[in-house]
Design a protein around this ligand. Structure first.
Ligand code: TRP
Length: 339
């Protein structure tokens, strides 16, 4: 069982169980999550309340939530060190989310670029879900409930994090210090894994083109095939240049993550190699790096009770922590209590 150390800072991060994890999630986020568990009190959540801001197939959502928990454990999230729970198991998230709605403004939510991007194609407001609009407030609740010091997220979440900070400050000012104002941590290495089909775009599990992403669960053959098809350029030279050679640079980035070498070292290693062999080498590096995780995942899927126990114990401890903040908030806003 996790026992948090009072002297350590608190990290919170969330990941949506709305698709399968790609190597972009792995090298960008999950690896950081694993690395930080030694130094921080880490709280990681599978944010299913966020996932339903777009329509989900119920059976798939349920299955993915379990499998993603298993893959996170397989990738090295240690249930003795970090909390790993499902957001909807801790009702304080929805409760604080509601309360914070009442301290957030239409204007600031309307300015969120993710919301604007996701609704750009909508024909009218009648097809835009309120949950999608409100998504960042729930995210603020996730973070603020745990008096989080640091939030490791991709750069695409920066604006959401700023909003969480604004809401925290606003609430603290309106009443008295209640929330820690969290800092973002926009990781360096691996945060930039792009699509194999369109290397100027972030790798995404929701890409229509299956060859654009590598899943953590992909078989070696699939991985080889996808890398073979990866978009490069019409030159022949292997060098790191994000601007002019996005495809090759992305592959170098992936190789450097999988092999744990610097990009310079990777570029040097393939200096005189042709594109075909280089792609194969990247594929083999990824296959080798994922193998132990895939093996462990296969074991965990058979140990459903163990995974459930981790999720349950984590949710219990998370609830205990979250309710300390929620009780304070309720008192400050003036809710009557029988306690
Ligand atoms: N919005 C985040 C993403 O899509 C996921 C998320 C939800 C999150 N709640 C969070 C991340 C709280 C950090 C902290 O990546």
């Amino acid at each position: 069982m996790v026992q948090f150390d009072k002297d350590k800072k608190i990290i919170f991060s969330g990941i949506q169980p709305s698709g399968e994890f790609t190597i972009g999630n792995y090298y960008g986020a999950i690896k950081n999550w694993v690395a930080t568990q030694e130094e921080y009190n880490c709280i990681y959540s599978l944010v299913d309340l966020h996932a339903i801001t777009v329509l989900q197939d119920p059976a798939t959502l349920r299955k993915r939530t379990f499998e993603e928990a298993a893959i996170l454990i397989a990738a090295g999230i240690d249930p003795e060190k970090a909390l790993l729970f499902v957001q909807s198991h801790v009702s304080a998230h929805a409760e604080l989310g509601w309360i914070l709605n009442c301290y957030s403004y239409m204007g600031e939510l309307s300015r969120m670029t993710q919301f604007k991007d996701k609704t750009a194609k909508a024909s009218s407001n009648d097809s835009i879900r309120v949950g999608l609009f409100d998504y960042p407030v729930l995210m603020a609740a996730d973070i603020l409930l745990y008096q989080t010091d640091v939030v490791p997220v991709g750069i695409d979440q920066k604006q959401h994090l700023e909003l969480a900070r604004d809401i925290a400050q606003r609430f603290n000012q309106q009443y008295s210090p209640t929330f820690v104002v969290p800092e973002g941590y926009f990781g360096t290495s691996g945060a930039k894994i792009n699509s194999l089909a369109n290397p100027e775009k972030k790798m995404s599990k929701s890409d229509e083109n299956e060859n654009a992403f590598i899943l953590m669960k992909d078989t070696p053959d699939r991985i080889r095939n996808k890398f073979k098809r990866a978009v490069t350029d019409s030159e022949t030279e292997i060098r790191y240049d994000r601007e002019n050679k996005p495809g090759i640079s992305n592959l170098l980035e992936i190789y450097s993550c999988a092999k744990r070498v610097s990009i310079e070292e990777a570029a040097k290693e393939f200096e005189n190699e042709n594109y075909g062999n280089f792609k194969l080498a990247v594929a083999e590096a990824v296959i080798e790096d994922l193998k132990p995780i895939q093996d462990k995942f296969a074991e965990l899927v058979k140990e459903k009770e163990y995974v459930n126990k981790v999720l349950k114990e984590s949710a219990d401890y998370a609830s205990y922590l979250a309710n300390k903040t929620l009780d304070k908030v309720k008192r400050k806003v003036g809710f009557y209590s029988t306690k």
